[in-house]
Design a protein around this ligand. Structure first.
Ligand SMILES: C[S@@+](CC[C@H](N)C(=O)[O-])C[C@H]1O[C@@H](n2cnc3c(N)ncnc32)[C@H](O)[C@@H]1O
Length: 248
């Protein structure tokens, strides 16, 4: 094994990585899910208001197989996807192979393989930053951001019907209020967003709900969801790194 490959693999310790059965086990179904999510682009709109990445350097932490990288790449100067699960790093690299301003690297949020002060926007979507416990990743994002840069964390809103209650039913220890309090205490501003998930077929909609929830909750969600679309609430947590000295 070549030295740099061994070093890259050693940098990702399994203990750092939060299992994501949906995209790890069913990447093709997760692709369908990503295409269905936010069909009207309301999350993108909130992100753009927080930080216009035109001509800027963007990092996507926990980028999975890189679904969002090409979107940033349309206007960004450079986009770097960081992902700890090796099969997804390979998939992300294949996705962006023709995009000269995008790369995908192996690493966890706790140890980003990137230089200090090298990014203007650090984005993470439904990855790692789930509330208390993600402080090491917050510190890393701050290290990698330039002064004035933005950290934007997109996650599901456990308080928003109908998806939130399905989410919470599967995770009884998950308390959405605690998560929101955590990010507020860390200095983030919260924007709530309601996005529409719209599918091409009923089969796709049901397959996605089945990779997201236990069999029991998935069947309940399917029964409560006629048609091809439903709304999903998101939290977008935004924090800007101070751009100068803070005087007392
Ligand atoms: C639900 S997927 C979302 C992927 C991608 N952000 C998207 O929206 O398509 C969560 C991702 O977080 C990754 N992940 C798990 N532990 C992580 C960590 N410690 N740091 C960064 N990413 C992590 C998983 O491997 C997975 O790719």
């Amino acid at each position: 094994m070549k030295g740099f490959v061994r070093a890259a693999l050693a940098a990702v310790r399994p203990v750092d990585v939060l299992p994501s059965p949906n995209i790890w086990q069913w990447p093709e179904v997760y692709e369908v899910e990503n295409r269905a999510q936010d069909v009207d682009g309301v999350i993108w709109q909130v992100l753009r208001e927080a930080c216009d990445w035109t001509g800027k350097d963007v990092v996507d932490v926990g980028c999975g197989d890189g679904f969002h990288l090409p979107v940033f790449a349309r206007e960004a100067r450079q986009v770097t996807g960081v992902e700890p699960h090796p099969p997804l790093v390979h998939r992300a690299r294949a996705r962006v192979a023709d995009l000269p301003n995008v790369s995908a690297v192996a690493g966890p949020a706790q140890r980003l393989p990137l230089p200090d002060g090298s990014a203007d926007l650090v984005h993470a979507r439904t990855a790692y930053f789930f509330g208390p416990g993600c402080e090491p990743g917050l510190r890393e994002a701050d290290r990698v951001l330039r002064p004035g840069g933005t950290l934007a964390i997109v996650d599901l809103d456990g308080t928003a019907e109908p998806y939130g209650p399905w989410l919470c039913a599967g995770e009884p220890r998950y308390n959405p209020a605690d998560v929101e309090d955590f990010f507020t205490a860390q200095g983030f501003v919260l924007r709530r967003v309601r996005a529409v998930w719209r599918f091409e077929t009923r089969q796709d909609l049901e397959a996605v709900l089945r990779i997201e929830f236990s069999a029991e909750i998935a069947e309940r969600a399917i029964a409560q969801t006629p048609g091809l679309s439903f709304e999903v609430g998101y939290r977008v947590h935004i924090r800007h790194k101070p751009s100068g000295l803070l005087l007392p």
